[in-house]
Design a protein around this ligand. Sequence first.
Ligand SMILES: NC(=O)c1ccc[n+]([C@@H]2O[C@H](COP(=O)([O-])OP(=O)(O)OC[C@H]3O[C@@H](n4cnc5c(N)ncnc54)[C@H](OP(=O)(O)O)[C@@H]3O)[C@@H](O)[C@H]2O)c1
Length: 338
Amino acid sequence: MTDSRIPTVRLGGGGPEVGVQGLGCMGMSFAYGPTDTDASRATLERALELGVTLYDTADTYGAGENERFLSPFFKAHRDEVVVATKFALSIPPDDPTRRIIRNDAPYIRAAVEASLTRLDLDVIDLYYMHRRDVNVPIEETVGVMADLVREGKVKHLGLSEVTGAELRAARTVHPIAAVQSEWSLFSRDIEAGVVPAARELGVALVPYSPLGRGFLTGSFANADQDLTDDDFRRQQPRFTGDNAAANAALLTPVRTIAEARGATLGQIALAWVQQRAQVHGLPVIPIPGTRKPARVAENTEATGIVLTEDELSTLEPIADKVAGDRYADMTPTSAGRE
Ligand SMILES: NC(=O)c1ccc[n+]([C@@H]2O[C@H](COP(=O)([O-])OP(=O)(O)OC[C@H]3O[C@@H](n4cnc5c(N)ncnc54)[C@H](OP(=O)(O)O)[C@@H]3O)[C@@H](O)[C@H]2O)c1
């Protein structure tokens, strides 16, 4: 077992130093089928041993269950972990395919209190707006978030799935530590607007789903055939039907590079995301999600892989060939507004 700790990097906007790879905790309670809580707890502890300090959750993951599950771990390691959670999104229990988005002051004020209660913490280290409600000016939303900082409920602010223009408007109100958006070999739409804005404004990028929700590891090839009925990936167009078959074929160059290096597909996918930091000149802290201690070790090892120019060129054309959108409804994403 390796115990070499991963390097650190500073979040933007005066934010804290964190391990250069974080841990996505969503799957421990939500979205990706059955979970084993003992294995999830062991994964959290293993991640911390390896130098992972940024832990990602949201109030909507399992309707609060994910925050409650993580609370004992966060409390046991309060000074070592950076706790990131989010508000804005809720899923009606009677219609799990629907999303309700709210960015108004009364909603945010109730959401932060509910998250603090579930987490059983005095302060949230990084508080994200999860999705943009276009009925509320972003300056107003970030104004309320800034009040939470002044009141000591939140330390740093983040935004998820915003456009470059929205990030610029938000930054006029308060420093932003991080933008969290999907970024992977399969999902590169943020490179046009959000990434240049983040670089200019000194904001870190936190790529979510850097393993393409597991598809880039080769662990499933078709959501309908390989995953349980309640798995969220069955709702995502790129993982089902003809799209899935076409997209699985795109992994061939990833596999070739992995085999030549004695690495896994997932490690090559993560190394590519991590290397966006050098390519685009900004801090990048991917948050791969896993519930298995061995996988967190495998994933953190990818921080030591530097892909060559030839390898990067081989991987470059993949994203443009991906069949099917990231979500069935792209309207609430930054790509839907850009
Ligand atoms: N802001 C947003 O809108 C948003 C949206 C989605 C996700 N997120 C956040 O981003 C985090 C990461 O994204 P994600 O979980 O959607 O996708 P991801 O990190 O791309 O992939 C997670 C999937 O990959 C599997 N996996 C992880 N490491 C693996 C390995 N080494 N080998 C094989 N399979 C592996 C996991 O299975 P096991 O768990 O079984 O290992 C899981 O099914 C989430 O946990 C969440 O915190 C944010």
